[in-house]
Design a protein around this ligand. Structure first.
Ligand code: SF4
Length: 220
């Protein structure tokens, strides 16, 4: 099994339940969901002319649409070569659940890593049971994808992007489909009104705030 990789890097997880924990990020290429405020639009297309050797992807210094095929073994070799210390691997995108992630997660678990997937919930989630699923539902985006019941059920927590009241109402409708889950509200683009709304709602509902710590710290 091989996967299209946009980038691999080590940093601190800036969002959700593992905020502050060192993590290796594997960003896969490809996403048809079409969120207008997406901060990784360069991962949307998997264009043949943008394919590169894996070595080129690992030395990228800026966001780009270049990507490389990589097997789980090649990823593990990369972690070792680059001297990564983190024991959590976050598989993100793009939309990582476009791919069967079982072989990748099993290889990572076999090498002593734990895994977390960040997904929009619009594709069936194929992972081992140990993998932590953070579902960040993207409702009503231009790609026209619906949030799947199977994804809601599998999710270990919900990290919901919030810009306005309507986003809270959409979240309530999703939670009515899957029952209680740990919820993290995340203000879109660090906006002041969005942040105030998230703080108010978290206190009212006993939910948690996720502020994209890496953006405040100015790290990747
Ligand atoms: S699902 Fe994620 S990667 Fe895809 S468009 Fe939305 S924010 Fe961007």
């Amino acid at each position: 099994m091989r996967y299209p990789v946009n980038e691999i890097f080590e940093t601190l997880q800036g969002e959700g339940r593992f905020t502050g924990l060192p993590a290796i990020f594997v960003r896969l290429q490809g996403c048809p969901v079409g969120c207008s405020w997406c901060d990784t639009k360069h991962t949307w297309e998997q264009q043949p002319q943008d394919e590169r050797p894996l070595g080129d992807i690992l030395v990228k210094t800026a966001a780009s649409s270049c990507w490389a095929w990589a097997t789980p073994e090649a990823m593990l070799a990369t972690f070792a070569e680059r001297g990564f210390n983190a024991k959590l691997v976050v598989i993100t995108g793009g939309e990582p659940c476009m791919f069967d992630l079982v072989p990748l997660c099993e290889a990572l678990h076999g090498a002593g890593y734990s895994t977390q997937i960040e997904t929009s919930g619009t594709f069936e989630i194929k992972v081992p049971k140990e993998t932590v699923i953070t579902l960040s539902p993207k409702v009503g985006m231009k790609g026209g994808y619906a949030i799947l019941d199977s994804a809601l059920e599998r999710a270990d927590d919900i990290k919901h992007p919030v810009a306005r009241e309507r986003d809270i109402e959409e979240l309530d409708a999703l939670l009515a489909r899957c029952g209680e889950k740990p919820v993290y509200l995340q203000p879109v683009s660090q906006g002041k009104r969005a942040t105030e709304l998230c703080i108010k709602t978290c206190i009212e509902r006993n939910w948690r705030l996720s502020v994209q710590l890496h953006k405040y710290l100015g790290i990747e």
